[in-house]
Design a protein around this ligand. Structure first.
Ligand SMILES: Cc1cc2nc3c(=O)[nH]c(=O)nc-3n(C[C@H](O)[C@H](O)[C@H](O)COP(=O)(O)OP(=O)(O)OC[C@H]3O[C@@H](n4cnc5c(N)ncnc54)[C@H](O)[C@@H]3O)c2cc1C
Length: 292
């Protein structure tokens, strides 16, 4: 029996989650299952599998979620975006998920695919993620629903407070908890929690952690989605931009420090964007557990 992540919250103050993406090739898929097997030894509470922009990994995501659940008996959260699907398509997918015992979903609006032809105009029946949350909730509480939160603000929001108002609508429409976009400045996360409390949002807000392995790719990603990169991150990683090993080591050191501060400050867990790699995530957790 696969558990809802919200039920795990009733027993655990802090949770550990690993995010994967569905690989394009069968070789990549085998590698992912090897990676997941090694990371399973770290006893995560759940894993999650992303959904390609515009539904480009529709079948793959469900296949990987299903397989990981069967192999490891862990709750695996299915990311699901609604921007390029009709309501009928979404309901068909949710019915398939129920048949496969997939009861944890990260509900998202989604990014537009690079190839916009994938996302035909007539498929755009939903405008925002809260509409997907409502559909998920109509399944008589079958699904535990996570939604995305943006401590630095969402790139297309007018400001951070308006963004929080929209987050509140997502939660009132069926979201059970929040997983954040990556950030590097913990003060931004803790300030976000304070601002959420002021508008009576009291659900868990799990920080999303990206261990830096490639400075240039990280900078581009952050620019695309509006994540602020603090000066100290540039100062550490820019001078070693061409040194892969040094970057990986500095990335581990930075993430260990960041996670320590988050956990000590009361964060309710960690959600790692693993990039389908065993390390650096495994090494970061090893060092964090040495602290105890
Ligand atoms: C942890 C995490 C995992 C992710 N995984 C994936 C993935 O697997 N696949 C993928 O394609 N993308 C993924 N994303 C990216 C996400 O889809 C994009 O950031 C997307 O642009 C926003 O999604 P959302 O669900 O927050 O959308 P929404 O909540 O709909 O917000 C989108 C924009 O609309 C605004 N808005 C929201 N509600 C309203 C409203 N009621 N009225 C007016 N404006 C409103 C928001 O402020 C925001 O600017 C992920 C993001 C995170 C943080």
């Amino acid at each position: 029996m696969i558990r809802k992540i919200s039920d795990i919250f009733k027993e655990k103050e802090k949770t550990l989650g690993f995010e994967f993406f569905p690989p394009k090739t069968s070789k990549g898929l085998l590698k992912l299952y090897e990676t997941a097997l090694l990371l399973k030894d770290l006893q995560p509470d759940y894993c999650s599998v992303t959904y390609g922009a515009g539904g480009s990994t529709k079948d793959k995501t469900m296949e990987v979620v299903d397989e990981l659940q069967k192999r490891f008996g862990l709750p695996v959260m299915h990311h699901l975006t609604c921007n390029c699907h009709t309501i009928t398509e979404i309901k068909q997918m949710l019915n398939s998920m129920q048949k496969r015992n997939i009861c944890n979903v990260l509900a998202l609006y989604g990014d537009l695919p690079q190839d916009e032809s994938i996302c035909a105009e007539n498929k755009r029946e939903m405008q925002y993620c809260y509409e997907l949350c409502k559909i998920l909730k109509s399944y008589r509480d079958y699904f535990c629903v996570a939604v995305a939160g943006f401590p630095c603000g969402h790139i297309s929001s007018p400001d951070r407070d308006t963004d929080i108002e929209y987050l509140k609508i997502k939660l009132e429409s069926g979201g059970d908890f929040v997983i954040t976009q990556l950030f590097f400045d913990n003060a931004v996360y803790f300030d976000y929690l304070e601002r959420l409390k002021k508008v009576n949002i009291h659900v868990r807000v799990i920080p999303g952690i990206l261990p830096i392995v490639n400075y240039e790719k990280m900078i581009k990603f952050c620019a695309d989605c509006g994540v602020i990169v603090p000066k100290k991150v540039h100062e550490i990683f820019k001078p070693i931009v061409d040194d892969e090993e040094a970057t990986k080591k500095a990335g581990i050191d930075f993430a260990v420090q960041q996670c320590r501060e988050l956990l000590d400050g009361g964060a309710c867990g960690l959600h790692f964007f693993t990039l389908n790699k065993v390390d650096p995530t495994r090494e970061i957790i090893r060092q964090l557990r040495e602290d105890k």
